[in-house]
Design a protein around this ligand. Sequence first.
Ligand code: G1P
Length: 283
Amino acid sequence: MIRKCLFPAAGYGTRFLPATKAMPKEMLPIVNKPLIQYGVEEAIEAGLHQIGIISGRGKRAIEDHFDISYELEHQISGTAKEALLNQIRNVIDKCTFSYTRQVEMHGLGHAILTGETLVGSEPFAVLLADDFCANDDDGVLKQMVDLFAIHQCSIVAIEEVPMDQTQNYGVIAGDEIEPGLYQVTEMVEKPAPENAPSNLAIIGRYILTPDIFDILRQTKPGRAGEIQITDAIAAQAKSGKVLAYKFKGRRFDCGAIEGFVEATNFVYENYYTHGNNYPNRKL
Ligand code: G1P
């Protein structure tokens, strides 16, 4: 059973400067809710209530967000605005939040290894909050947790991307064992289109078995001189089973301005104007 979800959140968010000069990029709102809260709600929906955040300098607003604000609650208590805080209050009540700091940035693999202290030796999920996923049915993590219950191995979420975009993603090759489910044979971090083994790109949802930590300790810096989680999972796939799952739903790359604006418009038009906050499923 999976109980924990790690949120790497130490990155600088330079693509959103100056907005992210003094504010964590994970706190950028899609309409009225920070990206990281959508992620935590997706984790709760999947049954993961132990939230581990890999934090860094300048990220204190995340801790404050997932805490009670007595002054604010006192001020609006008894007014119509009280309901606006109910959703975040519900999130805080359902989860525990633990933090560890990534002191130096050596890549996503390094960030996840930094989270070992929060995970211990059990399978866990990783959610990259800037990959915002919208779905009226089960959220992506819930879909993956259900698959884990059957297969008990590491799983990455994938989607097809245009071939000329492979250099922005980890890319997999594999044998399709069921429609939309691949046993991974190869994984490459950000390959040029001519070197990409397919157009199946990894998006920011992972379920990992804890042996990944020992593998990460052995993983040499790869693409961009950083320790890549893609390389570690590729090593795991060489000696055991790793699955890649074409998730159901729609993903927005909120690490880039265009994707962020698209997600904002999508949530505004499809949910907010109809009186629903996304996601409108029960947590
Ligand atoms: C990271 C991973 C990459 C993955 C991507 C998904 O890259 O290294 O394999 O495809 O997240 O968003 P980043 O976007 O942090 O450069």
